[in-house]
Design a binder for this molecule. Structure first.
Ligand code: B12
Ligand code: SF4
Length: 509
């Protein structure tokens, strides 16, 4: 019988999107615990701190759980310090991707650190604390021992059947929002005012794991930790039940985003079964992520018939050497261009990710990226990330200790202001030949008048083309319906403009 004493979980993202903590919250609720999920998007030293501390004090919880990614580390440290000062002895448990990859530094701050998947871990911790015992020997927990040394308990096996994990709601039950003046229930209006895209996009995680282990990604660490890169999939029925429930409760949801690392890693037959069920029971447009090599015509045809409107694909670099030796990705640029060609034929919107500002890339290799962008069939939306190595990844180790803290502090959207980055930014709005010509002129001499004049002209031309290219992609994203696209514009425009503003250095995160 779970104790009546409540548990408080805290999520820090500015846009309320944190799926991991929802799994933890719903595991506790299903087991009968009185769990409350507090969103603290505005938490900083001087904003909602007082209301959060006051709420925790009044609730007198069994423990407080905080979920964090690397870039939330500083805020999590600060919040933990405030809670500890106000309520000494109240156990504080950290979990999430950063505690998983950096348990040692997290155990310096939190009492207990959950390493890896936390559904079963949190139940064991709650049971121990509820019985007045210390959870020091719970599997997957790391902590600082009495002698000051890090103790990392052995890991339990990862969840074998993801259908057994409780699925969550879009707007979680028993959730609250911390504002500067009060902690308020997360009712529909409050939720929609604070969540990204006004809540219109429902985020689902239909699998865990990735067949790749790219050197800069969490899977680089997780696959080693789990001893396998085998992807675990939820059944189509389980995924669709969750979406139908959320869609019924929150009738403003008009698009589904699957955050699976590689949705198309499923076999064709599974995708066909999923597509049939999705079309029958959900019927909303949806977007996925995929490794380019997994994109095939038959898979796209099955999903497009069910409502697939957009795919996010990683290219990262146009240089074979950088892809192979630095990022350790088996996706050559030609494969990306082929995959985007398949999307273009079906009028499915393409999102292409690339990484810039990599000190391990030569100028020539950066230009190869611009050339590779030239070869991608148009239109596509290019998402540029300024290289942000995360602690513990192979890439961070290649870059050394100096890169150990980058993931905690760097704004990945703020690109270095250099000529090649500017060429990258304008390339999606130019034709293949225009981009290749510009690169050829750059190679002949970036200070030469021929390049400088061509660059100015191309920038102006690209600027004029931006609205048309974006409109084309946006219409594809909305199932090639002008009417739906017009309706959805207000939810996306602000987000897209903010992102661009940051890429160009106009504003900060
Ligand atoms: C979905 C997703 C998003 C979504 C939602 C965010 C989210 N955190 O859920 C969106 C699109 C908003 C997003 C955005 C970003 N993301 Co993101 N995202 C993911 C993705 C693909 C899946 C996360 C997930 O649900 N995993 C599955 C769940 C089950 O795992 P989990 O989150 O780790 O949670 C489990 C445990 O950690 C633990 N746990 C978690 N919290 C707690 C708390 C307690 C108390 C306990 C006990 C346990 C516990 O239990 C959970 C259940 O098993 C991951 C990659 C991945 N495969 O994990 C990247 C990932 C988390 N994202 C990443 C990044 C960098 C970002 C961005 C900062 C930049 C970007 N590249 O877009 C932005 C900004 C985020 C923001 N809001 O400010 C990085 C983080 C790296 C790091 N070291 O911090 C990841 C790991 C990808 C990578 N590059 O390796 N992301
Ligand atoms: S393909 Fe994507 S999700 Fe998979 S390991 Fe590489 S970067 Fe991570």
């Amino acid at each position: 019988m779970p104790p009546a004493q409540p548990i408080i979980l805290i999520a820090l993202p500015p846009d309320l999107e944190n799926l991991g903590i929802k799994f933890i919250h719903y595991s506790l609720l299903r087991a009968g615990y009185d769990s409350s999920l507090m969103y603290a998007p505005h938490f900083t030293a001087d904003s909602s701190a007082d209301t959060i501390i006051d709420y925790i004090r009044r609730t007198a919880p069994l423990f407080v759980g905080i979920s964090l990614m690397s870039d939330e580390f500083a805020r999590a440290v600060h919040l933990t310090g405030l809670i500890r000062a106000a309520m000494p002895g109240l156990p504080i448990v950290w979990g999430g991707v950063h505690p998983t990859i950096a348990p040692e530094e997290c155990a310096e701050v939190a009492d207990y650190v959950c390493v890896g998947e936390g559904e079963a871990v949190v139940l064991d911790v709650a049971a121990r604390l509820g019985a007045g015992l210390r959870p020091d020997d719970v599997a997957n927990i790391a902590l600082k021992g009495a002698d000051g040394r890090l103790i990392v308990n052995p890991n339990r096996p990862i969840v074998a059947d993801l259908d057994e994990v409780p699925s969550y709601d879009h707007r979680p039950r028993a959730s609250v929002l911390a504002t500067a003046s009060a902690v308020v229930p997360l009712d529909r209006e409050t939720f929609r005012r604070n969540i990204r895209y006004k809540g219109r996009i429902y985020s689902v995680m239909g699998s865990r794991g990735c067949p790749y282990s790219c050197s800069y990604c969490c899977n680089n660490i997780l696959n080693k930790m789990n001893g396998s890169s085998k992807v675990r999939f939820r059944s189509p029925e389980n995924i669709i039940d969750e979406i139908v429930r959320s869609k019924t409760n929150e009738d403003y949801i008009n698009m589904i985003k699957f955050h699976d690392d590689c949705f198309l890693a499923r076999p064709l037959e599974t995708l066909q079964a999923f597509a049939a069920l999705y079309k029958e029971k959900v019927g909303l447009p949806f977007a996925i992520n995929s490794i380019p090599g997994y994109i095939t015509g038959p898979k796209l045809d099955a999903l497009k018939a069910a409502g697939l409107t957009a795919i996010n694909v990683g290219m990262q670099s146009g240089s074979e050497r950088v892809l192979k030796e630095v990022y350790r990705r088996k996706s050559p640029p030609e494969q990306v261009a082929r995959a985007i060609g398949l999307l273009a034929e079906r009028k499915i919107a393409a999102w292409v990710d690339i990484i810039v500002d990599n000190p391990l890339e030569s100028e020539d290799e950066k230009l190869a990226t611009v050339e590779a962008i030239a070869n991608i069939p148009r239109p596509f939306y290019l998402q540029m990330y300024s290289l942000t190595p995360y602690f513990g990844t192979d890439l961070q180790k290649m870059l050394g200790d100096a890169a150990a803290d980058t993931g905690k502090t760097k704004n990945y959207l703020q690109l270095e202001a250099d000529t090649i980055n500017s060429m990258v930014i304008i390339s999606p709005f130019l034709s293949r030949n225009q981009v290749l010509r510009l690169v050829a002129l750059y190679r002949q001499g970036r200070q030469e008048p021929a390049f400088r004049v061509a660059f100015v002209v191309m920038k102006a031309y690209a600027l004029a083309r931006i609205p048309f290219v974006f409109a084309n992609i946006f219409i594809r994203l909305n199932g090639n319906s002008l009417w739906t696209a017009a309706g959805a514009l207000s939810s996306f425009a602000g987000f897209a403009l903010r992102r661009w503003g940051q890429n160009l250095g106009f504003s900060r995160a």
